[in-house]
Design a protein around this ligand. Structure first.
Ligand code: PMM
Length: 271
């Protein structure tokens, strides 16, 4: 029986993320939100300082670090397990020094050639997401013959390159990159085809939370508020638990915790 997935609570310390941009730009508000995510059941708090929403421009590494480092340090000091969501090696290095324990790179080490070395020498888990280019360019790259096989093969190539660059295979976590260079139908096909990615032999982290493709569900038509996508996100978490994924990355941790409780109860796992 697969284990209950870990829950990564999302903490975007940005003015412009698509669903929570601006709410936690102030460090005190961000720290409070991080503690709330943990109280709601997050195993890790995933802190990011650069929005990757479709079409977004890049943020200078100095600005990214100004946003995230005080929050990483304050939460780590309070015993919170922190993952740093960054494409910049310098930011990853500084966040690890401030107490982060996982590097989550949506580019899987492609955006900054210095990233693999930082992760290899820190000996921490590395979340490697399927990525075809920065946000400004990615929608033009959402072209596939067979999205499941192409995502699988592109991730397999990343794994080999990262192992060649000194990262231990057992520290590599893979992520299909829902919403990154993918149209709605691609996202659904990838979710239905996760078994093919699991054949690569690495734990999977999946992030669907509040993403635009969920807004295309018939029951959500006309709902403008991204929080309306929290219920379908939680349902997806339950389905991903049945699929045996290692972790889910969500905004509404309480909703996903309830969904995972249902899966545990269904399976007879003692509370
Ligand atoms: N999605 C976003 C940001 N970081 N990291 C991983 N590993 N997987 C994702 O799917 C992912 C990510 C964009 O969503 P957000 O703006 O809600 O954080």
């Amino acid at each position: 029986m697969p284990e209950r997935p870990l829950v990564f609570g999302i903490l975007n310390v940005t003015p412009d993320s698509f669903s929570d941009g601006g709410r936690f730009a102030d460090p005190d508000a961000a720290v409070r939100q991080g503690l709330r995510l943990v109280a709601d059941g997050a195993d890790w708090v995933d802190i990011g300082g650069e929005s990757t929403r479709p079409g977004a421009g890049r943020v200078a590494a100095e600005e990214e670090q100004r946003r995230v480092l005080p929050v990483v340090a304050a939460l780590a000091e309070q015993g919170v397990r922190v993952s740093i969501d960054t494409m910049n090696a310098d930011t990853a290095r500084a966040a690890l020094a401030a107490g982060a324990g996982i590097v989550n790179d949506v580019s899987g080490g492609l955006a900054d050639p210095a990233m693999p070395e930082v992760v290899a020498s820190a000996r921490v888990p590395f979340v490697v997401m399927h990525w075809r280019g920065h946000s400004a360019a990615m929608s033009a790259r959402a072209v596939y013959d067979d999205v499941v096989l192409e995502v699988r093969d592109e991730l397999a190539a990343r794994v080999q390159a990262l192992i060649d660059q000194g990262i231990a295979a057992d520290r590599i976590v893979l992520d299909p990159g829902i919403g990154f260079a993918k149209e709605s139908e691609h996202n659904w096909r990838v979710l239905a085809g996760l078994g093919a990615l699991q054949e690569l032999g690495h734990p999977l982290l999946v992030g669907v939370s509040r993403k635009r493709f969920l807004g295309g569900l018939p029951s959500l038509s006309g709902a403008e508020d991204p929080a309306a996508r929290d219920l379908p996100t939680a349902v997806t978490s339950a389905l991903l638990a049945l699929q045996g994924v290692w972790a889910v990355r969500v905004h509404d941790v309480a909703g996903t915790a309830a969904a995972l409780d249902v899966v545990d109860a269904w399976r007879g796992v003692p509370a």
